[in-house]
Design a protein. Sequence first.
Length: 348
Amino acid sequence: QVEQRHYLVSKAVEEVQKIIQQLTADISYKAMRFQAISNSGIHNENIKVLAPSQFLITVPLRGLSGYRECQVRHWRYYTVHGAKLLSSVRDPEELHQWLEVEQFSKSLQQWHEKDVNVEGDLVPAKVLIIFRELVEKSITSCNLSSKVTVLESFSSAVRVAVETSESQVEVELVPAVEIPTCWPEKARWPRCLKRWPSQEKVQCIKSLGFDLLARSNYHWQLCFFRAEHVLMEGLDEDGGCRMKCFRVMRQMKEDVWCAGNKPVITAYHLQTVLFWTCEKYPRTKDWRCFPEAFLRLVQKLHKCVSQHFLKHYFVKNTNLLKYANTSDLDVVASKLAVFLENPVFCLD
């Protein structure tokens, strides 16, 4: 059953990727600021499978390079039409930041234009308005209307439903500034004297940089998909059972603890729980015995869900469950508690 589920998800990823690749290639042809997603199979770093029918796909932005961090002078807020707001709406959260076109040593002229730029700031909401229009046009020009539908969104996010041969998948398409040249100041990682991951792996991960996602009106969201991909890739170099634990935990989440199309706990949350547990238990011998290692992970998950608090792995002042529905979290916590009282049935 696990293999069957994995096969269906892999198939859905391939089908969705093919469609979104076609769509973004057309968008890129229409507007060179947007880049087509690559066609590199199920391990494509642009695609994040949050649940079997919920994907997040980042669409790279072109023409911004030579990034450097800067000390922001003051907070600036605008309406989506570019009118300045007199009072500040809110300071950016720990995982968010402003972005000025001057922070790039090279930038396409199009990033200086008023449709995305207000007084030097690149405004994510304005980028999303343009991107949504392009998605709608390209669905028509690529004859994909029978397969892709743009969904109504309460925020500025661009969400589409994609029909695959097996089911419908909801995809959030997120424009992303890829910054492969530096590591952000806000990500104070690794914390000192940690034995996992190794120093070599840390240097490799930091050399991959980070991304900034257009996922809110004013501020760009820090994202570490490439770094997380590398951490996941080499998890069991010592012959441990970390990946097996993760796969079984994901399976249990989808079948028992937190099923449905839009689960309150996603594979991304589970991955974060795994990273924190790997850091706390860095030794090879901690990951030799599957039942023991698996229970440790579930206990950590239960603690986070019960407390409605899961720290982001790289930017530790960020709670990944901050905006989650608390009653949904409590339901998951009680299911996890039931499992922990009598875990044997699953581990046999």
